[in-house]
Write a new protein. Structure first.
Length: 429
């Protein structure tokens, strides 16, 4: 897996190799294109211009809203459409002047003005289309700008607006219905960001999808008749499959295989953590269809692990580990239905979570992923602290508890730093 700043270092190395005559200059763009390194870099001036556009939009909207009642209807329409026309003409001029970052800032300003104008026109003509519908039109306009211009800034705005639209749509329906349109918009955002090789927007879409899933957890629970433990478990199994899909596609040249792995393993870890705080929502038995769903999910995870192993993207030991992880996640609601809040279940969970963290550390070290490895080290430290405080506090007096805890923390810090340096040295070698 690529270390941080891989593309930046590759660009420097390629320039050096070309200067030495080791690599033809004509191969530079092909090599960088194969690793997604031809995307434009965002300058500091572009970032500041974008922030300025946000502030200008807020100021313009505030000014127009403050003087809205004093304007005639014709003047109101003229102000809104005039501002939009001038904004996009300015963006076109900036593109022609080879100032793309400032042009993107102007497009963002135009999107903000479009949304403000939409709301103000609805107020003027007493249109009762509803707040979520207005956000839907605003989101579609941002997507249109992202496709037509094309504009990465507009795409980022469209992803954020999709999240806002989804939230207010769910609130409007009392969080009782699934917002499929929002999910479809996020899938479209993924496709567009991948096609444009817009890595920042891909990450933003990943985060938005995770938020979408969190907002729909209770809705899915009610719709399927599942408990919070079962919904959390299915989220964890789904995330594990995303990770495995990333491993399967790791050697295919798919640009975002590494992102799938990172987000998949991170969300799996979050689900494992959240399982500890779930229950069967007052029931004593699991749902009727849970056993079939759980077995099917585990078999699919095993199949994906075998496919990754056949492509030499997973070791045989890792295939067995993933089988155990999938089985443990799927079995937790079943154990919960039979053992409830018993101490035995608590100990089973602690051991399972510890083994999962150890596997993540081993895997991240093997594939040289510093981000996941460092997060796993921190999580392991938190797990040790939790284990000590939750299990041993009741067995020791106060002074002994703090003394042993201090020694353990210092020892743990030394151990983690030693392992981190070994990993870093191995990657550097």
């Amino acid at each position: 897996m690529r270390p941080p700043f891989y593309v930046r270092q590759l660009k420097r190395d390629l320039d050096d190799w070309i200067a030495r005559g080791w690599v033809p200059a004509t191969s530079r763009d092909m090599i960088l294109g194969s690793v997604g390194g031809l995307g434009g870099r965002t300058s500091l001036a572009g970032v500041i211009a974008t922030l300025g556009a946000v502030l200008l939009a807020a100021g313009a909207i505030s000014f127009v809203a403050a003087n809205w009642e004093a304007m005639s209807k014709i003047l109101r329409l003229g102000v809104i459409f005039g501002a939009l026309t001038l904004t996009y003409l300015l963006a076109a001029l900036l593109f022609l002047r080879q100032m793309p970052h400032f042009a993107q800032a102007a497009i963002l300003f135009g999107i903000a003005m479009f949304g403000a104008g939409l709301m103000l026109i609805g107020q003027t003509y007493h249109m009762n289309a509803g707040w979520p519908d207005g956000l839907m039109i605003w989101t579609l306009a941002a997507f249109a700008a992202a496709v037509i211009v094309p504009s990465r800034t507009a795409l980022a705005a469209a992803i954020i607006l999709t999240g806002v639209w989804t939230y207010f749509w769910l609130e409007d329906y009392g969080f009782a219905r699934i917002h499929w349109a929002g999910l479809l918009a996020l899938v479209a955002a993924f496709a567009l960001a991948g096609w444009r090789q817009a890595s920042a927007e891909v990450h933003l879409a990943f985060v938005a999808l995770i938020v979408w899933l969190i907002w729909h957890a209770g809705i899915l629970s009610d719709a399927l008749g599942w408990s919070s433990a079962e919904v959390t478990a299915i989220y964890g199994l789904g995330a594990l499959m995303v990770f495995l899909a990333g491993r399967v596609s790791n050697d295919t040249g798919f640009a975002y295989a590494h992102d799938l792995q990172r987000y998949g393993i991170a969300v799996t870890g979050i689900a494992v953590f959240c399982l500890h705080f779930t229950d069967l929502d007052g029931d004593t038995l699991i749902s009727e269809n849970w056993l079939v769903i759980a077995i099917s999910a585990v078999l699919l995870a095993v199949l994906l692990a075998r496919m990754a192993g056949a492509r030499r993207q997973l070791l045989t030991s890792e295939e067995f580990a993933i089988t155990g992880i999938a089985t443990g996640i799927a079995a937790y609601p079943i154990l919960l239905s039979h053992m409830g809040g018993a101490l035995d279940l608590e100990m089973i969970y602690i051991v399972f979570a510890g083994l999962f963290i150890v596997w993540v550390i081993v895997h991240a070290t093997r594939v040289e992923d510093r981000v996941i490895a460092n997060l796993a080290f921190l999580t392991f430290g938190a797990w040790v602290i939790y284990l000590y405080t939750d299990v041993f506090q009741v067995l020791l007096d106060q002074a002994t508890f703090f003394l042993i805890g201090g020694v353990m923390l210092v020892g743990l810090a030394i151990l983690l730093e030693f392992v981190r340096r070994r990993v870093t040295a191995a990657e550097g070698g």
